[in-house]
Design a protein around this ligand. Structure first.
Ligand SMILES: [Fe+2]
Length: 312
């Protein structure tokens, strides 16, 4: 694959937005379809500071892809190669064979050109993603903010552990939707203010398997791949977890990361049946469970980063 970074003058100034233009908004991202003809699409993309976007080709992908930064600052990562795009700079690849991850160092806008009809694919993925996110937020208000924290902190650990771009993509979706299976758990059990009995707890445990099934039902490849994290985030390094009792490196690395971040978040949050522990107490507990409940490498990385975690 040829990856080219080049500087060009501001040839995009002639493009103006018109009424009736197609637009997809998803929290911190807005995609606007500026032009689409003869199999080529030009998309205006806005990405908020700290958020990521990925070019992730599917099997058999053979398209030209071109990104031109208008404002802000984008950090990109392709395999071991990393770089920065400043306004006026472009990145092009033909074809993109590996996932490229862009992260906005500042609020950024850029033009994305692809020699294929990708906008409606994006619309569909975003629509399904938003639908699930809204559903989980309506189910349980705590869970909604919890999802965003788990995603952000899991990605920080994943990057530090040098996960590859495809693993980071799965981690991003898997961490956000790790508890999506709770949609299938009755409210009277999920929101019960007192301790659960054995039968209720066995129903709660099913949210892992339900999560994998719900993500598979979207038909979106990256969400389907993330299903393993939803399924395995309660597995434990010593085999004491559920649903399968997997051990050590049998457990997906993304799921091992989410296990630590999820436990830490649960310990430090007030829940109907439990008062929050202090951050120090929670960190102590995670440290004590290094190599038993939690993967030692993940715990070491977590401990090296936890002081930098921002409240979300
Ligand atoms: Fe869970």
């Amino acid at each position: 694959m040829e990856l080219k970074k080049e500087y060009s003058t501001s040839w995009l100034h002639h493009i103006s937005q018109e009424d009736g233009i197609e637009r997809v908004e998803s929290g911190n991202t807005t995609l606007t379809l500026l032009a689409s003809k003869n199999g080529t699409e030009i998309i205006h993309h806005r990405l908020s500071k700290g958020k990521s976007w990925a070019l992730a080709p599917l099997e058999g992908w053979d398209e030209l892809e071109f990104v031109h930064l208008l404002s802000g600052r984008l950090h990109y990562k392709l395999g071991d190669a990393e770089g920065i795009l400043e306004p006026g700079e472009s990145l092009s690849a033909e074809p993109v064979q590996d996932c490229i991850i862009f992260t906005a160092d500042e609020d950024s806008t850029f033009i994305y050109v692809c020699s294929n009809y990708v906008f409606h694919q994006y619309s569909e993925i975003t629509r399904k993603f938003n639908h699930l996110a809204v559903e989980i937020a309506e189910k349980d208000g705590y869970t909604a903010s919890h999802c965003e924290r788990i995603k952000t902190h899991s990605l920080e650990i994943g990057r530090r552990m040098s996960l590859n771009n495809n693993e980071l993509m799965s981690l991003s979706f898997g961490a956000f939707f790790h508890d999506i299976g709770k949609l299938n758990i009755p409210d009277e059990i999920l929101l019960k203010p007192s301790r659960l009995n054995d039968e209720e707890f066995s129903i709660i445990r099913m949210h892992t398997t339900f999560g994998k099934e719900i993500l598979a039902s979207t038909g979106v490849p990256h969400l389907i791949e993330a299903g393993v994290i939803a399924e395995q985030h309660h597995e434990r390094f010593d085999g004491s977890g559920y649903p399968h009792g997997l051990m050590g490196n049998q457990i997906d690395v993304g799921a091992s990361i989410v296990a630590v971040v999820d436990s830490y978040d649960a310990m430090t949050s007030n829940r109907p049946y439990q008062r929050a522990k202090s951050k120090d107490q929670a960190i102590c507990e995670i440290r004590e469970l290094r190599g038993t409940a939690y993967h030692p490498d993940v715990v070491d990385t977590f401990l090296s980063l936890v002081d930098t975690f921002q409240d979300i």
